[in-house]
Design a protein around this ligand. Structure first.
Ligand code: UDP
Ligand code: MG
Length: 316
């Protein structure tokens, strides 16, 4: 009987020193997975160091090493997607090149997959070698994402995951350019399973993500996964209009209908201020209405598939 094939997709950006190490580590892991064939797909995402040469050197001796080089740096998520497009496996695993996603976890993922999990996600319980600022930032990021985007991300969820062939095929239908692999995979659905792991510190080199890049990515994720920020202006406008309108009415009646019976002495400038705030509220509401139209455009332009099929029979 033919062995099942497992593809490992590894995005690579300046990981020259890590490549031989992750290759060794994966080969060691495969000693525990004799029932499966492997292909390791390294996607070179515009590395400026010798990462490409390092992979090619391995690919010469091991035919199961696939190498794909992107024309420039597209970002980790696009690199992952390119790897998934190329993968032929019955299951596809995505993992980082810097050994922060421990290869020893792969057999556990395969086990959960064999038990019926179609998406086996790595949940990071602890991230060694990451500073306080990043930990706090990451905590806030997941909290905000959970609030604004229908629980789209699971806290601690990483890109380290195994997906079944059906899921990989569905994933290739996504067309959006700004993508967060994790949240797209969550959007797809399918039967989920989880494996916990602790991330060790990066082995060689430095993280590709500066604080600024992370903040930018977080804002992108909010915007591309949630319409809450877009609706904010309208809601704010509604609240402001409501309160300043009520306040204006109360002041109007007190002053001009009942002749300042309560002795508030509301000054002319205060009345002007109320009118001003009222108008600002109306402007914000108008923006909010425009935002609703933009939201529709946003949904259509992101071109997500309308639905995703798990299985087909006798249909061409
Ligand atoms: N990576 C990539 N393109 C990029 C940034 C990162 O292919 O533009 C790869 C990188 O080589 C690594 C993985 O994505 O395999 C995770 O990157 P990194 O370790 O720098 O991120 P961190 O672990 O610090 O979040
Ligand atoms: Mg890393």
């Amino acid at each position: 009987m033919k062995k099942k094939l497992i593809s490992i997709v590894i995005p690579v950006c300046n990981e020259e020193q890590n490549i031989p190490l992750i290759y060794r580590a994966l080969k060691d892991v495969w000693a525990k997975l004799p029932k499966y064939d492997y292909e390791f797909i390294f996607v070179n995402d515009g590395s400026k160091d010798g990462s490409g040469r390092a992979v090619e050197a391995l690919a010469v001796v091991d035919k199961n090493i696939k190498y794909m080089e992107l024309s420039r740096n597209f970002g980790q998520d696009i690199a992952n997607s390119a790897g998934i497009d190329a993968a032929k496996g019955d299951a596809v695993v995505m993992m980082d090149a810097d050994l922060q996603h421990p290869p020893e976890i792969v057999p556990k993922m395969v086990e959960k997959w064999e038990q019926g999990g179609e998406v086996v996600t790595g949940i990071r319980t602890y991230n060694h070698g990451v500073g306080f600022v990043r930990k706090i930032g990451s905590w806030f990021f997941y909290k905000i994402m959970q609030v604004i985007s229908d629980k789209n991300l699971i806290p601690g969820q990483t890109d380290f995951c195994l997906i079944d062939r059906t899921v990989a095929d569905a994933f290739t239908n996504f067309s959006e350019h700004r993508r967060l692999t994790r949240s797209l995979i969550n959007w797809l659905g399918f039967r989920r399973a989880f494996v916990e792991f602790e991330a060790p510190a990066r082995l060689h080199g430095e993280s590709n993500y500066s604080h600024l890049k992370l903040v930018r990515q977080a804002i992108n994720s909010f915007v591309s996964n949630s319409l809450v920020p877009l609706r904010l202006a309208g809601r704010l406008g509604f609240i402001i209009t409501l309160f300043s309108g009520l306040l204006g009415l109360v002041v109007f009646f007190e002053r001009y209908i009942f002749g300042d019976e309560l002795g508030w002495h509301v000054s002319g400038s205060a009345q002007l201020a109320i009118i001003n705030v009222f108008l600002i509220g109306i402007v914000l509401m108008a923006l909010g209405i425009i935002a609703l139209y933009i939201a529709n455009i946003h949904i259509e332009v992101s071109g997500r598939p309308l639905y995703v099929v798990r299985k087909q029979m006798n249909i061409e």
